[in-house]
Design a protein around this ligand. Structure first.
Ligand code: B12
Ligand code: SF4
Length: 549
């Protein structure tokens, strides 16, 4: 492979695509596609109760931390900020990270680099590289498919097999709910930790699995529980966190690594909290006690459909599994696909009802979407079913089909999707309420557990429930009367239980903080009704910079 003539002396800029994001524009921003995880695809129908936060672009942060060249990361720039950075500093290499929906922005950024920094080599990476014929759409010198750390190290003539250095990443920022921006206290937000990329399960629609090698393949950054433990200790020390958002597509699938991590956590008395992604078959490899001792407090699980044939779901009673996890204090985020091949206008409502009936804490709904690079995309292309005139900015699973479905029209796909989100909210209430329910169940079950690490974790979590969250319950109970009276009554019952457990603190906060939260919630509803959206701030971070000047 060609290497850069300056090797590790080359000056590198790594940028995410420019904002603003949550507004319709000619570069591919869409108001329904904000730079927010929950509000984009999970709690988007929950109004002021939607959980809102931003996440940094971890791919370029990881690359920056693992090369020795002088490197700036520019995250969430405006076009103006990107232009300024290109002219203020000279860069030998400009790396742009993007996913498919943002290909229009990549095209514009490449044009800007050619104009403002004509000597720079342009490298484009991330999922956008999976678009067939992307070379013809953008003016880049290198388009990198798959894992980018090793590519960049090779390109700079560095050791691609050197151990992976994990940057200290705060998982979410500017968290907002019920019209209040939560204070960003050191250690108050989980750290993101990325043990691997890709997933060996190879579900036909799965873009992350396909991008990093497909079925049977994935790229491990940390092979063993010992390595992971050391990385987590390092990050704990820097960020003062107890809680980790584990960004691994199927963390629990790797049981040996997870169980070794548990051993080390036990030896060192670590009362950590882990939020993980895991398939049902992987979760089933553990007893509930193992999960609890490992600190698993939140699981993102693909449910896909009650009738789907995905191997990862075989033999699992999802309703029972979800109930059991929640009873053990583990919050469940389900993910259901709308528009699978067997769906029809006659059975889809029933499928949505079953999914909603699982009563997960959070529920993501996504349209079945053939995304370039996946086996599903190839299949649809071979069958001539892809709709060819759709702007890539609208292919993200939260709008309308990009293929011809046997029974459901493109217009109806959006109606069913929107209905699913609404039905989940209306029938189960705000996710914040459901989380409170799970937290209380966990606390009641584990408050006297023999392992002090576990007790400490539940005590830490329940502190929020006995204070601010109880005030939130008071508000939700009042506001939800307008939506669904029986849910409001359930919230009332939960609040009473919380107040029985914590008679003084919970009552006091509900009485003092409740009215303020009610006011901010209503103010937020008004703002949202007027079309208010939120954008992440811009970040500039330099590494190895001084020595380079
Ligand atoms: C965090 C995240 C977000 C964050 C935002 C992150 C950001 N700052 O852009 C939020 C929550 C806001 C978000 C939003 C969306 N996301 Co998102 N997101 C993720 C998630 C969960 C993690 C990304 C990550 O950091 N992974 C870990 C890092 C290490 O991997 P990586 O980013 O792929 O980077 C590696 C390589 O790709 C490569 N690389 C990356 N950049 C570059 C740059 C260069 C120069 C080089 C050489 C290499 C390189 O090297 C890296 C290290 O190996 C992924 C799922 C996943 N597991 O990856 C989805 C994912 C990236 N998101 C996806 C989608 C579709 C969306 C949304 C459209 C929502 C939706 N409807 O699903 C919106 C778009 C918002 C917008 N307006 O742009 C898809 C992308 C599909 C595709 N083929 O394009 C993914 C893969 C999820 C999925 N399975 O469908 N997302
Ligand atoms: S189990 Fe999840 S992450 Fe793995 S291939 Fe299937 S959908 Fe993708």
């Amino acid at each position: 492979m060609e290497t850069h003539e300056k090797g590790s002396r080359a000056r590198i800029l790594l940028s995410s695509v420019f904002g603003p994001y949550a507004q319709d524009d000619e570069f591919g921003s869409r108001s329904i596609n904000p730079m927010e995880l929950y509000h984009n695809q999970v709690t988007r129908a929950q109004g002021s109760f939607s959980l809102r936060m931003f996440h940094r672009s971890w791919g370029i942060m990881m690359i920056q931390a693992n090369i020795s060249a002088p490197c700036s990361v520019l995250d969430f720039p405006t076009r103006k900020a990107f232009a300024r950075e290109l002219t203020k500093n000279h860069y030998d290499v400009v790396g742009i990270s993007s996913i498919i929906v943002n290909v229009g922005k990549v095209r514009e950024m490449c044009r800007m680099v050619r104009e403002l920094s004509p000597d720079s080599v342009i490298v484009v990476g991330g999922h956008v590289a999976a678009i067939p014929d992307v070379e013809a759409m953008i003016d880049a010198d290198h388009i990198v498919r798959g894992e980018g750390i090793s590519w960049m190290r090779r390109y700079l003539g560095e050791d691609e097999h050197a151990p992976i250095r994990h940057p200290a990443i705060v998982s979410g920022l500017q968290t907002r709910i019920m019209g209040i921006r939560l204070p960003q206290r050191k250690g108050g937000t989980a750290a993101t930790i990325i043990p691997s990329v890709g997933c060996p399960m190879g579900c036909n629609f799965c873009t992350t699995s396909a991008f990093f090698g497909g079925k049977g393949k994935f790229v491990n950054f940390y092979e063993t529980g010992d390595e992971l433990f050391d990385v987590m200790c390092g990050i704990e020390a820097v960020l003062k966190v107890h809680s980790f958002f584990v960004m691994d597509e199927n963390f629990l699938l790797h049981r040996t690594r997870a169980m070794r991590l548990l051993e080390r956590m036990k030896e060192a008395g670590k009362s950590w909290e882990l939020s993980v992604f895991a398939s049902a078959n992987a979760i089933r490899k553990y007893t509930m006690l193992e999960l609890v001792e490992l600190g698993v407090s939140w699981v993102w699980m693909g449910l896909e459909s009650p009738k789907s044939s995905y191997g990862k779901l075989q033999g699992t009673d999802i309703g029972q599994l979800t109930r059991e996890l929640r009873e053990h204090g583990i919050r469940v985020q389900g993910s259901t696909i709308i528009g699978l091949e067997h769906h029809t206008p006659d059975n889809i409502a029933e499928e949505i009802e079953s999914a909603v009936g699982y009563q997960t804490d959070f529920h993501q709904f996504m349209l079945y979407t053939p995304v370039p690079g996946t086996p599903l995309y190839q299949e649809m292309a071979d069958q001539g079913r892809l709709l060819t005139d759709i702007d890539p900015a609208d292919i993200h699973g939260q709008y309308k089909f990009n293929f011809r479905h046997a029974a459901i029209s493109r217009e109806d796909s959006k109606r069913f999707l929107d209905w699913a989100f609404w039905r989940d909210f209306e029938r189960n209430g705000p996710s914040l309420y459901r989380m409170c329910q799970t937290m209380l169940q966990g606390w009641q079950r584990y408050k006297d557990y023999p392992d002090p690490r576990v007790r400490e974790r539940f005590t830490r979590e329940v502190k929020k429930l006995s204070s601010a969250y109880n005030a939130a319950l008071w508000v939700m109970e009042r506001e939800f009367k307008k939506v669904n009276r029986s849910v409001s009554e359930r919230i009332h019952k939960l609040r009473r239980e919380v107040e029985k457990e914590f008679p003084v603190a919970a009552r006091l906060t509900a009485a003092s903080l409740g009215p303020i939260l009610l006011w901010s919630t209503r103010r937020e509803e008004n703002r949202l009704a007027k079309g208010r959206t939120y954008e992440p701030p811009t970040f500039v971070e330099r590494r190895n910079w001084v020595s380079a000047s």
